[in-house]
Design a binder for this molecule. Structure first.
Ligand code: SAM
Length: 220
């Protein structure tokens, strides 16, 4: 690991992820988590203040030692038990059907094999469990998409493996989830960096869904 990834990037992630737009999504999505909760890509623990009274236990999975160290300062005083897991989301150290909610915020963009991670999420979720997600990704406008593809190699290097051009709804639906709720919008900031997908997904009963539910709310 080079000095940038070791010393600069974790602090940069902690700082940049504290912005007002991110907070708005955290306020809306994180209180929906309930029961035994797994957060993948826990980062520096910025979702913690938004978990509500329905959480019984939080498994906080984060492969970066430096981000776990920053998060460690935030976990004291939570009204539920928190277990920090030093693992990758492609290899979740939990039993099949053992968690009620999985949370991912700005993480599917970075996990090297996002579909493999979602297969693991599917394995550990209970049949009635929920995946809550907030992710940036591929924009709908061709001009913005061109910039996203153009900038991606550079962004990937400075952003610790982050990708600008993943089509998050298709990745989730293609991994065997039914999108029960999906919002899509540009948030404040540069368009190639700011197109945001958020919502809720549940295990698809049939073979992997490739289309959205007819009733899904979808805004662009
Ligand atoms: C932009 S940060 C977001 C952090 C946090 N979720 C938040 O909302 O502030 C991306 C996170 O994905 C994590 N990550 C990268 N590869 C991962 C993997 N294979 N499995 C789980 N998390 C991963 C990074 O370590 C980092 O914490």
């Amino acid at each position: 690991m080079n000095w940038y990834d070791r010393w600069i990037l974790p602090r940069l992630i902690d700082l940049s992820m504290r912005n007002r737009e991110a907070r708005r999504y955290r306020e809306r999505m994180i209180p929906q988590a309930a029961g035994r909760v797994l957060e993948i890509g826990f980062g520096s623990g910025l979702n913690l203040p938004f978990y509500g009274a329905h959480v019984e236990h939080l498994f906080a999975l984060e492969p970066s030692r430096d981000l776990r160290r920053i998060a460690g300062r935030r976990v004291g005083g939570a009204p539920f038990a928190i277990e920090l897991l030093d693992r990758s989301a492609e290899d979740i150290p939990l039993e099949r059907a053992s968690v009620d909610t999985v949370v991912t915020t700005w993480t599917l963009c970075t996990i090297p094999h996002a579909a493999r991670a979602l297969a693991e999420v599917k394995r550990v979720l209970t049949p009635a469990g929920t995946l809550l997600f907030v992710e940036h990704g591929l924009a709908p406008d061709a001009r913005v998409q061109r910039w996203q593809h153009r900038l991606n190699p550079l962004w990937n290097r400075i952003g610790g493996g982050c990708n600008l051009n993943r089509k998050i709804d298709e990745i989730i639906a293609g991994s065997g989830f039914r999108l029960a709720e999906l919002h899509m919008e540009y948030v404040r900031g540069l368009k190639p960096l700011s197109f945001t997908y958020s919502g809720r997904a549940q295990l698809a009963i049939d073979p992997p869904a490739t289309r959205l539910d007819p009733g899904v709310e979808s805004r662009v």
